[in-house]
Structure formats: C-alpha cells, structure tokens
Write a protein of this length. Structure first.
Length: 391
C-alpha cells in the first residue's frame, strides 16, 4: 500500500505513471509488489509497482484500482503493443522494431526490441523484474521468436536496487551479428555487446531522411557507431562519406555492414578517433562538408548533468557549423532526456552564433513511431533533432 501526502495526487489524476518518494506519506511492501495507491483520504486511485530503493517510489500499472495485475494483464498489454507495431508503415520495410516502449505502452520499465528472430529485452524497474518470467514466456508465445537476449545491464537498475544481468533468457543462438533489413539495407546487430540493445532503432526514419538528402554531397558522420547513417548516406548517392567513431568494436561492425550492401567501399572512410579532437583537426586542415550528421551518446542522463552536457553539445555543433560549406546541411541530435527540445535548439543557436554562421531550421527530428510517447508522459520523448541549413 502507498498513501500519498495531501495534495500530491494531482499528477496521478493527470495519469502520470510515476510516484516520487517525496509524495509518499506512508508505504508498505517489498520491491516489485503490486500495491494500491491511495490519496490522503485513503481513496484508491491506482495500482502500481512498488520500488522502495528508488526515488521513483512506484510506477503505475493501471489507473483502475479494481483491475487485477496478473499474467492476463501483461498478455493484454503486450498484445496491444504488438498490434500497434504491426500496423505501422515501417513494419513493411524492416524486420527490426521496438515492440515495447516502457511507460508509453503501459509497461513501465520494460523495453523490448526485435531484430529478425531475436528479441532483446530490458527489465529496468522492480515491477517488471518481479514479472520477468511470465513476461518472457508471453513474448516467446506472442512473437514466435527463436530467442530472447536480456540486456538488463543499464545503469538505471542500480537506482532500483537491482543487479545487472545479461545473457540468453530464452533460447540460445549466435546473436553477436544478428542480420536485419531496413528499407532495403542490410545491417548486422550485435545484441550481446552493442550499445543499448545493439542498434538505434529510434533513428530509423531519420536515417531514411539522410539517405534522401545525401545525393552528390560530401558527408561527415560524427559518432557513426556501426555506420547506420553513413551507409544510408552512401546508399542515397553521397559523393564521399567520412565516418568517425571512437570504438574499434563498433567500427568492426560498421565495416561488416558496409560489406553486406552493394555499395562502393572506396567512397567511405572509417576513422577511429575521438570526435571532438577529429572535428578540430578537420577544421584546421580546411576540410569542408555538404552534409554533417551528429548523433552523439547521451551526454546528460540526468538533469544534474545538463550544464556539462550543454557545453559538449555546443562544442560539437560549433565545430560542425565551421566545417559546413555554404548551402550545407547539419542533422544534429540529442538523446539526453535532461536536455529539452527548447534547450537543444538554444544550444545549437549559440553554436551558430559563435561560428559566425547564418543558419536556419528546415526540419525537426524525433524517434520513430515504434517509440510512442504517451501524452501524459512527456519524459518518454527523449530523442530530438534539428536539420539546419547554413546560408
């Protein structure tokens, strides 16, 4: 049971799924328990997963206080999530989709990505951890996938008092290079060692956009990871692509991805280097590019790191705008939840000012549609991006 302090039920009435520790008057239960959520007058408002070690003290399963949270509950939520993905236009063009996106699918703390016949699951909160085995069984039944690899190794599990866990949870197969298709392009996904779940599915439509813009352009892809944007640009007819990545392992996969497609390898150069240092070197050498993509890792996982992150975002965008030829395009992204879309635009505007660049936004980017955002849960909208034209 969780009883809220007086006046702290407002966010619940707006159907926000998180209950923070400061809103709780008293609570009882074990980690992962499904508990009734009561207002200060002891009126039942919802049922939630209790997490006594987290600042997010509970995550709401249902706003119907009479609804049972059992295996049938999870079956219903998973069936809805899968039906949504099956109806998306992208489902006709790829065999790699996010099937479950946490709170926005009514399953807080659960992330499930599909790569062909392999699922990658993340159990990131105490509630879904408690229901791990029934959820895994349901995923096998409902998707027919041959294997589920678990990547419950994100830092957020520590905040829940949970230990990291990775490995095959169901089935077993060689998933170090899982082959997928995205809009006719072939990629190899390392679900075991790759970042997050192995591939950035949220950037799918943005890669397609870059592909459509790349013809005849000299392209720079900073933080290229396993080459998603680089290969999309090459497939779109880029004149030349320079792809920078600090991870040797990621570049090995990028080269495999290149080899898996009928593309001219002489038109792309992979560089293992620190992107910040490489951008400065390129500027000093007088290099110029017609299209630059910046998709860095998460600089600000929490709000406390926003100031430091803002400096990093400004630096890379400043150097990119200096490297951009007149009439060139900058596709720049932030996946930091602590950096709002408004702040990110302000950072890029400051970078343009310092670079002496006259620039304007001609498009905005967000996560692909298989990463839905519940209207009452704006925290789910973490990926933002700008397409900037330099005059």
């Amino acid at each position: 049971m969780i009883q809220l302090k007086r006046g702290r039920e407002r966010s619940l009435k707006r159907r926000h799924p998180w209950i923070f520790s400061g809103a709780v008057e008293k609570a009882s239960g074990e980690a992962g328990d499904t508990v009734a959520v009561l207002d200060s007058a002891k009126k039942a408002l919802a049922r939630a997963a209790y997490s006594p070690k987290s600042q997010i003290r509970a995550r709401v399963w249902t706003f119907d206080p009479d609804e049972e949270v059992d295996a049938q509950f999870f079956r219903g939520r998973l069936e809805k999530a899968l039906a949504l993905r099956e109806a998306l236009p992208a489902a006709k063009h790829t065999n790699a989709l996010r099937l479950v996106h946490g709170e926005s699918d009514g399953l807080p703390g659960l992330v499930v990505d599909r790569y062909a016949d392999v699922l990658v699951a993340q159990f990131l909160a105490a509630g879904v951890e408690r229901w791990r085995d029934p959820i895994l069984d349901l995923l096998v039944e409902l998707t027919g996938c041959a294997a589920i690899y678990e990547r419950s190794d994100a830092e957020v599990r520590k905040l829940e008092g949970l230990e990291a866990r990775a490995g095959f949870a169901r089935g077993n197969r060689n998933a170090a290079r899982c082959p997928i298709i995205e809009y006719g392009l072939n990629f190899r996904v390392d679900v075991e060692q790759g970042q997050k779940t192995g591939f950035f599915l949220d950037q799918r439509e943005n890669r397609a956009c870059v592909r459509a813009l790349a013809a005849g352009r000299d392209v720079l892809d900073g933080f290229c990871y396993t080459g998603g944007f680089s290969i999309a640009a090459l497939a779109g007819g880029a004149k030349r692509v320079t792809a920078i990545e600090s991870s040797a392992a990621a570049l090995d996969v990028a080269r495999e991805n290149l080899a898996a497609n009928p593309l001219d390898p002489s038109r792309i150069e992979f560089r293992q280097s620190d992107v910040f240092a490489e951008l400065r070197k390129l500027r000093d050498s007088g290099a110029r590019f017609d299209l630059i993509i910046l998709d860095p890792p998460k600089f600000a996982p929490t709000a406390a790191q926003v100031k430091k992150a803002a400096r990093a975002y400004k630096d890379i965008n400043l150097w990119a705008l200096k490297l951009l030829a007149p009439g060139g395009l900058l596709a720049t992204f932030s996946c930091s939840g602590g950096v709002s879309a408004e702040l990110f635009q302000s950072i890029v505007a400051g970078a343009a000012l310092d670079a002496g660049a006259d620039a304007k936004i001609i498009d905005r980017f967000s996560a692909a549609a298989d990463h839905p955002v519940a209207l009452e849960f704006p925290e789910g909208e973490y990926l933002k991006g700008l397409l900037v034209l330099k005059a």
